[in-house]
Design a protein around this ligand. Sequence first.
Ligand code: BG6
Length: 493
Amino acid sequence: MSEEKVLHPTTIIIFGATGDLAKRKLFPAFYNLYIDGRMPEQFNIVALGRSENTNKNFRNYVVENLENFSRKKGTPKDWSGFKSHITYFQHQLDQEDSYQALNQKLEDLDKAYGTRGNRLFYLSIAPNFITTISNHIKNASLASDPAKDRIIIEKPFGHDKQSAIELNNLLGETFEEEQIYRIDHYLGKETVQNILAFRFGNSIYEPLWNHNYIESVQITVAEEVGVETRGAFYEQTGALIDMVQNHLLQILCMVAMEPPASLESGEIRDRKVDVLKSIRRISADQVSHYAVRGQYGPGIINGVESKGYRQENGIAPDSNTETFAAVKFYLDNERWQDVPFYVRTGKKMKEKHSYITIQFKPLPHSTFSNSSHHLSANRLIINIQPMMDIRLQFMTKKPGLSLVLEPVEMIFDNFACQEDTPEAYETLLLEALLGDLTLFMRSDQVEEAWDVVKTIQESWKNNKDTSFPNYAAGSWGPEDSMELVKRQGHKWV
Ligand code: BG6
């Protein structure tokens, strides 16, 4: 977020470099930064994998995948330039001597480049390996310089509040908090970052941004995809933990936070933690009142028949895992008292669409109330993806001889302004290379977010939902989610 920071020579060490995330997101992101001239002048990517491989083979594998997954295609010169920075290194995650050998390799690279560059460790591995890797990094003194060495950790960060605290403590034995970059890739999305600019870069919205003018806030992250090849992981996770605990709560924080005094990372993260702390905690017997879960059954998506969750690979035929979650949150603070924040997310829904709706209150008294005009209350919609825009809905007079009102939209279209929008991982990796923590999760943010969902998580784990499957693939989720908002006279936009 801070343009002034400088890119220092860096060695990037990717654990899990042969995995899916590296192939689809990490290498393409580094490559795009490289084409854009946003990588450090001197950098090496040390790709760690279990099997024997040669540099040549691995580099070719990366380039082949860039053709499929990179936003920018670049030229053969870009490919060969980029791949010359990649070194494959055979490595066993659980073997001490493998880390000693890695240390030697990193020192050799430092010598070859005449500098001890920064080290950026990227853990693109299953969460159960974090402890092992962190301990070995410590024992082999791989990250011995707190001013230069950083670690990036993918979600899920723990599996509940207690495990997140333990993980934070463990990482704290090797790294200072300022060296730990916990990724929530939603924070790297262009439209999510724009919330900050939109709210705090204008004077006209902020005075209205509170319970006096806003009736409700909705956050929807609907996915068209199912669990694909991640059945085993998803069975243990479910929508609440996979999406609400992190992505949706982070979006909620951006919408609800108080204005930070500056763009300094600590300041912004403090304001987000304030929001999480203010979210009203519910008791176990209130869970069904505030939260709805769903699981998709067979259905039709875009005219094509689609399997139910229980028929997917790796899923138990009587699975109780939710693929849909909707929650109503209240924030107990001065700004948001009594304003419901509805969030929902689901897999195999009608369409892929993530958006935020700020629903303003209707007029207290309308000049037009005695006529036949139907006045829609103002609404602001922030489309996160695939559309990326901000729309303000308001009433105007329909052009013509009579006084007829109609709702219209004023739109800021991100694509129209810049077709070439960076992917979330590009933004986040650049920030990590620059050493800016603003878009990453601090330990207390993660722990507090776990605390917010704790009661729902426990209740859903301990009580089976006998109505599963309760929504058809290709629909907008279970009927109960409509009820959740209807009780207050609202409906999902
Ligand atoms: C991930 C979840 O964090 O986010 C996935 O684990 C989900 O289940 C994905 O599909 C959604 O990300 P995006 O960027 O495609 O909206």
